[in-house]
Design a protein around this ligand. Structure first.
Ligand code: GDP
Length: 680
């Protein structure tokens, strides 16, 4: 097999040698100069990628081999600078006839299957472009697409996040018919109208259904058995959880129970709850609570709600109203019956034979058990041992615990179960999806995580840029960005909310990222990019993250009392920034003479009057009690020697970085920003 010189290849392609070398490098082929050679096979591949009809038979697979007429140079230039798009969609060639779908997890073996060729052939092709691979090697998408093209296929890229991929997985495991599914209920309503009391009342009314002596577990949801069927209640009442789930695209709730206190009537959050339920197109069952109270006026509640479009059935409307007393346990059974009635109307169905799929309701880091998540199964049946993906996390179900605290081996649709065996803590609202193999779960999880990190980083830097612009426009508007990491989801969320609520007109607090887990390098990078302060609650940074904190000079604060965080932030906002740092003066020198040294600049002959001057310290130049410069030293010498420190009573030569305006009599003060021990 012959070899080809870069410059002649470049000439053939009508492209600059330099550009070609760049492109080769991008393909993993290192060449020294335009005089270097590459083997014929690589040259062919390059020609093919660049679209020259070197090999007729293959070109004909691409649909006619009219490559010679293509605007090669233009295409090539674009390619050298951007990515694959020009390769994937030939500019003037007709579209490739056969299509395959590849995702970020595609391996050599899988690609070979899709391309109807041998894995061996692909490995050889890859070697030709300088990539040593094996059967299970995950391929770069660009390369996979190029290989596909070589075999006459058009590779359509399907993201690991897209539904299509999920569908593919589902198709594999979908058998069985749709069966009735129990309803999932969220309780909403105005504060103090009795949401929590009602959830407790329902739970307790149903003790018969529980194990004798069994302790009910708070796993974020619980099941209630009624003679006609089962109902699942989400345990976190309130609108934030509901809205947060929806914001993440998870439709969890089938029915909303709207609690309205009969002695108080329709209140702002009552309206808000109605708005949430309507936006999510979820039907509402109204529980008129506290009817035991002497001043209860259920009719007024009905009238008010009718005005908002919730017309009671007894008045000819379509809304179900039930009068209850959570306190006196009145009307609870009837409420449950009505919920089931509403569920019947909805005809909720699920296929229990598929690979399981669900939503993360709650997740946390358990000290003893590691990451734990409550999954509400929505389709299929989850079994111990199933490999799965949950957001960016993955794993294999090690154990499952139901809401009665009992270990179970299986969970069918509309069952909330605590799942052990996760790689990390997912987010509430993340989809949980069983996949065919362990390996696949890991691949998808890993790639999603990578993507998320990239997105987080790019998102944040964009935000900062636009904010910067806004700030310039507005003038003095200040913003404090925060990255919050906590040990449990609840704290992370609570903290994020309290932090944002601290915003004032002058300073806006923005949580750019909040998650469960230790502080990682990504968090630090994120904080650095967003110019954010990192707040860790009951978590520690990893050693690498700690190193990066120092390197990137990111402000990292660790706490174990939420109140301290709030107090600190408030203090910081009053003085704006650095509340727990205090300056410590290290030493002072007096400038006694000045020397202009060519190429070096001004150097001061100085005398250390007190303390000592470390070479690396931050310094300020003080003239007549006014700070004229803030910065660092560029040199520190004793006689002709560079030194790291000079002590009291010694003379030294000092140069100041980017500052040449020193005067005799100036004081150079070295200082350190020191973390102040927190008052407790
Ligand atoms: P939430 O904020 O909506 O979760 O409301 P809570 O469940 O915490 O209830 C607020 C207050 O109302 C508590 O003091 C309860 O004891 C009281 N409460 C709840 N339900 C009833 C009820 O049916 N009757 C009476 N009299 N008080 C109730």
């Amino acid at each position: 097999m012959g070899s080809v010189r870069i410059y002649s290849l470049a000439k053939e392609l009508k492209v600059d040698s330099k550009k070609l070398i760049q492109e080769l490098e991008r393909q993993g082929i290192q060449v020294k100069s335009h005089m270097s050679t590459i083997d014929q096979e690589t040259a062919d591949l390059i020609l093919e990628i660049f679209g020259t009809p070197k090999e007729k038979p293959r070109e004909s697979l691409l649909g006619g081999g009219d490559g010679a007429s293509r605007p090669i140079i233009k295409e090539t230039e674009e390619m050298a600078m951007t990515a694959v798009a020009p390769v994937l969609t030939p500019v003037s060639a007709p579209p490739l006839a056969r299509k395959i779908r590849v995702s970020e997890t595609v391996t050599v073996k899988e690609l070979a299957e899709k391309l109807n060729c041998k894995a061996k052939d692909l490995i050889r092709d890859l070697m030709g472009i300088g990539i040593i691979s094996h059967i299970n090697q995950i391929l770069d998408l660009e390369i996979a697409a190029n290989l596909a093209k070589k075999y006459g296929y058009l590779a359509e890229i399907v993201s690991v996040y897209s539904d299509e991929l999920l569908q593919e997985e589902e198709e594999e495991g979908s058998r069985g018919a749709l069966e009735f599914k129990s309803p999932v209920v969220t309780v909403m309503g105005h504060v103090d109208h009795g949401k929590t009391s009602l959830l407790d009342a329902i739970r307790q009314t149903n003790v018969i259904g529980q194990e004798v002596g069994g302790i009910t577990q708070h796993i974020g949801a619980y099941e209630v058995e009624v003679n006609k069927g089962k109902i699942v209640f989400l345990d976190t009442p309130g609108h934030e959880a509901f809205a947060a789930m929806r914001a993440r695209g998870a439709k969890v709730t089938d029915i909303v129970v709207l609690v309205v206190a009969a002695d108080d009537g329709v209140m702002p959050q009552t309206r808000e709850a109605i708005a949430h339920a309507r936006a999510a197109k979820v039907p509402i069952v109204v529980a008129v609570n506290k009817i035991d109270k002497p001043n209860a006026n259920p009719d007024k509640v009905k009238r008010d709600l009718a005005e908002l479009g919730l017309n009671p059935e007894e008045w000819g409307g379509e809304s179900i109203f039930v009068e209850v007393s959570a306190k006196k346990r009145v009307g609870i059974e009837e409420l449950l019956e009505m919920i089931l009635l509403q569920a019947e109307v909805l005809e909720l169905k699920a296929n229990r034979k598929k690979l399981a799929r669900g939503v993360i309701i709650e997740a946390r880091l358990d000290k003893a058990r590691g990451p734990v998540a409550t999954v509400l199964i929505q389709e299929g049946t989850l079994r111990v041992g199933d490999p799965f993906v949950a957001g960016v996390q993955y794993g294999k179900v090690r154990a499952m615990i139901n809401s009665k605290g009992k270990k179970v081996k299986e969970a069918s649709p509309a069952t909330p179960v605590e799942v052990l065996g996760l790689s990390g803590v997912p987010q509430a609202g993340d989809t949980f999806m069983v996949v065919s193999e362990d390996k696949r779960a890991r691949q998808i999880g890993t790639i999603r995580l990578q993507k998320q990190r990239e997105e987080d980083l790019s998102k944040v830097s964009r935000i900062t840029l636009s904010d910067l612009f806004k700030q310039i426009q507005k003038g003095a508007v200040k913003e404090l960005n925060l990255v919050i990491k906590a040990d449990v989801q609840g704290s992370a969320e609570a903290l994020s909310q309290s932090m944002e609520k601290l915003s004032t007109e002058e300073v806006k607090l923005k949580v750019v990222h909040s998650a469960v887990g230790g502080i990682t390098e990504t968090d630090v990078l994120l904080a650095s990019a967003a110019n954010a302060v990192i707040i860790g609650f009951n978590v520690r940074p990893t050693p690498k993250a700690q190193e990066l904190v120092e390197l990137e000079k990111v402000d990292l604060r660790l706490y174990n009392v939420i109140y301290d965080i709030i107090a600190d932030i408030k203090a910081a906002m009053e003085g704006m920034l650095e509340p727990t740092y205090r300056e410590k003066t290290l030493g002072r020198v007096e400038v006694r003479a000045l020397f202009h040294i060519p190429k070096v600049g001004v150097v001061a002959g100085a005398y250390v009057t007190d303390g000592n001057i470390p070479r690396s310290a931050e310094i300020r130049v003080i003239r007549d009690n006014i700070v004229v410069h803030l910065g660092r030293l560029s040199s520190l010498r004793r006689f002709k020697e560079d030194v790291s420190e000079v002590h009291t009573g010694y003379e030294c030569g000092i140069g100041i970085d980017r500052f040449s305006d020193l005067k005799e009599g100036d004081i150079i003060e070295a200082f350190l920003m020191e973390k102040v021990a927190r008052k407790s």
